[in-house]
Design a protein around this ligand. Structure first.
Ligand code: UCC
Length: 582
């Protein structure tokens, strides 16, 4: 009697937990997209590899990733006798993730070029399913991919060994690479804020002195970084043209740090499994990689790659929360039915799915062009679109994914707010994607720079590609003409209005322009997917997306931040600032 009473207090119901399962098998949209983008034989090869990797993720990588999240790195600054050692201690799970990354060729697949121009599609499909289960090891891999791309472009035989390590599948050879750009003064404004200096040594190498404020993956084997060369008179040059790019090894041959002091590990909102630190470079020996003064242009190769990986991160965070929420909706009953049976809940999931699909087609459009570039087959139009869309797609997916992931947490009710379900970490970790690799505003301005540098040709290339490709869509399915026309009208209006803006007006509206480009381009890609796959769900996605595309004219006309002071007045409302001594 007493034990039954106790039992009834605890209750006998325990909710079955949501699971991601095999993330590739669970993503039919990705499968159809790959089938469409890849020739039959290549698809067959890639599909079976992704099925296998997906299973390994489910069985081995996902539990390891959870352990990475639960066992963040620590810093031992001194040994027991007080000697400074600055040892970043990472967990065995994190170390194992590095080995698995090499074994699976997460970076290597992009450089082995087994599938020629399709190799990047292959690689990024792997990244997409690997990322959310990797415990954020995907971050060092993003930088490693960026470094491999940079070395490939530089074609310096002296660094063949470095390149082969960055792209190796052998865990004992594989090196990861950091990207140490951010300093206290220069966050976004790298060109003016970088204070690190490089002093030439008699052997031709340089010693670096400076403070790197955000160094993701302090445990990397090597890093690329920026510094100002000190000339013979002891002067350095200001601005972009004073910056050069260097390579450094983080450790000397005896295992000691290369005159690097790890001042602290950052206490971050998320990405806690990543050893992000503040580093003092105190005579760190490095070699000059770029031409003097060409550091920003040279590291841009790396930035392009890390921005693609950032996009991958945002999309895969959406996919992860959707896979979990979808599974949960079939396990959780409420008000007498499975929540998957409520149209309102399904509609919420459908909006999330739609955003994820839009991001996915954008990513694979960029990755498709990247593969063509590397095979020497990209047209001038594609090159211009690639430069234009890279910042747009990064900022678009990062920002929109935050809404999706937040919505996703709500799908689990209170459980979505409970740390040890692992669900809140998706939100905390994803909040970095709109920030690192360039904030939304910085990247909106980067898009404008791409337009300006091409004298408007980047926009016109996008418009002509849209016109041509939507023409093909309409030829195949005439009933899609209204949707295609809507997109063509929006791009035409956007370009017409943007071309009449003064520079300052365009800059003040850069975000609106960037999001409009993202919406229009993804609309076109979703329509292509709909006609080429013949899937009713792909057709529904395209219609649903285009129905929601922003009215660009209205949005741009409403935005009046330049000509009027109203917005400024509204924000500051008589505020004159508080003495920062507080
Ligand atoms: O390091 C970080 C964290 C690492 C973690 C990465 C993991 C990511 C994925 C994880 C997956 C989960 S965060 C640090 C990130 N920092 C930034 O992103 C900096 C943001 N600021 C910018 O992007 C700025 O726009 C700058 C620094 C690029 C602007 O510098 P400048 O000097 O003002 O730029 P300029 O003068 O416009 O360009 C200088 C040269 C030009 O070449 P030339 O001289 O030939 O005309 C530009 O065309 O650089 C070229 N350039 C570019 N080229 C500049 N930006 C680009 C670009 N985006 N693409 C191609």
């Amino acid at each position: 009697m007493r034990s039954a009473f106790r039992h009834s207090q605890v209750g006998s119901f325990f909710q079955a937990e949501p699971r991601i399962g095999n993330p590739y098998a669970g993503d039919k949209f990705l499968q159809r997209l790959l089938q469409r983008l890849l020739p039959t034989e290549i698809f067959s090869d890639v599909h079976s590899e992704l099925m296998r990797l997906g299973k390994r993720i489910e069985d081995e990588i996902e539990p390891l990733g959870i352990q990475c999240e639960m066992n963040p790195p620590t810093l031992n600054q001194t040994d027991p006798w007080g000697k400074r050692v600055d040892e970043v201690v990472t967990s065995p799970f994190w170390k194992r993730m590095k080995e698995i990354s090499a074994e699976e060729g997460i970076v290597a697949t992009g450089y082995e070029r087994k599938h020629g121009e399709y190799s990047r599609i292959h690689q990024f499909a792997k990244c997409l399913i690997f990322h959310p289960s990797s415990g954020l090891y995907s971050c060092p891999l993003a930088m490693t991919d960026g470094a491999a791309k940079t070395f490939e472009a530089l074609k310096l035989p002296k660094y063949n060994d470095v390149y082969s390590r960055l792209t190796s599948r052998d865990p004992s050879k594989f090196w990861s690479c950091g990207q140490w750009m951010t300093e206290r003064r220069g966050g976004s404004d790298v060109a003016n804020g970088t204070e690190t200096v490089a002093v030439k040594q008699s052997d031709g190498s340089f010693n670096l002195y400076g403070y790197k404020w955000f160094s993701s993956a302090t445990d990397a084997d090597i890093s690329l970084t920026l510094a100002r060369i000190v000339d013979e008179e002891g002067h350095t040059k200001e601005g972009t043209s004073g910056l050069s790019m260097f390579i450094l090894k983080t450790r000397n041959q005896d295992g000691s740090l290369n005159n690097i002091h790890v001042m602290k590990l950052k206490n971050k909102l998320g990405t806690r499994s990543l050893p992000t630190g503040e580093l003092l470079l105190d005579g760190t020996n490095a070699e000059l990689l770029s031409e003097p003064g060409r550091g920003v242009a040279c590291i841009s190769n790396m930035l392009t790659m890390t921005r693609l990986h950032n996009t991958t991160g945002s999309i895969s965070a959406m996919r992860r929360v959707i896979l979990l929420a979808r599974d949960y909706s079939m396990k959780r009953s409420c008000f007498g039915s499975k929540i998957s049976e409520y149209p309102l809940h399904v509609d919420t999931l459908a909006e999330m799915e739609l955003e994820c699909r839009a991001g996915t087609v954008l990513l694979f459009e960029l990755v498709r062009i990247l593969g063509l570039q590397e095979a020497g087959k990209a047209t001038e139009e594609e090159e211009l679109i690639f430069r234009l869309l890279t910042p747009v797609v990064k900022l678009f997916t990062a920002k929109r994914s935050m809404g999706v992931v937040s919505e996703g947490l709500e799908c689990f009710g209170g459980q979505g707010y409970i740390e040890d379900t692992g669900i809140p970490a998706i939100l905390r970790n994803n909040q970095v994607t709109p920030i690192w690799e360039g904030t939304t505003n910085v990247l909106s301005l980067d898009m404008l720079r791409a337009v300006a540098k091409s004298r408007g040709k980047a926009f016109l290339s996008l418009q002509s590609a849209l016109t041509r490709r939507l023409g093909v869509v309409v030829q195949k399915r005439h009933d899609l003409k209204p949707a295609a026309d809507r997109l063509l009208k929006e791009i035409e209006t956007l370009i017409e209005m943007a071309s009449k803006f003064e520079v300052s007006e365009a800059m003040a509206r850069a975000r609106i322009i960037a999001f409009a480009v993202g919406e229009i381009a993804s609309g076109m890609l979703l329509l292509e997917q709909a006609v080429e796959t013949d899937s009713s769900t792909d057709l529904h996605s395209a219609h649903r997306w285009i129905r929601n595309v922003t009215d660009v004219q209205k949005k741009l006309n409403e935005a009046d931040p330049v000509e009027s002071t109203t917005s400024f007045d509204m924000v500051f409302d008589g505020y004159v600032g508080i003495n920062s001594k507080l």
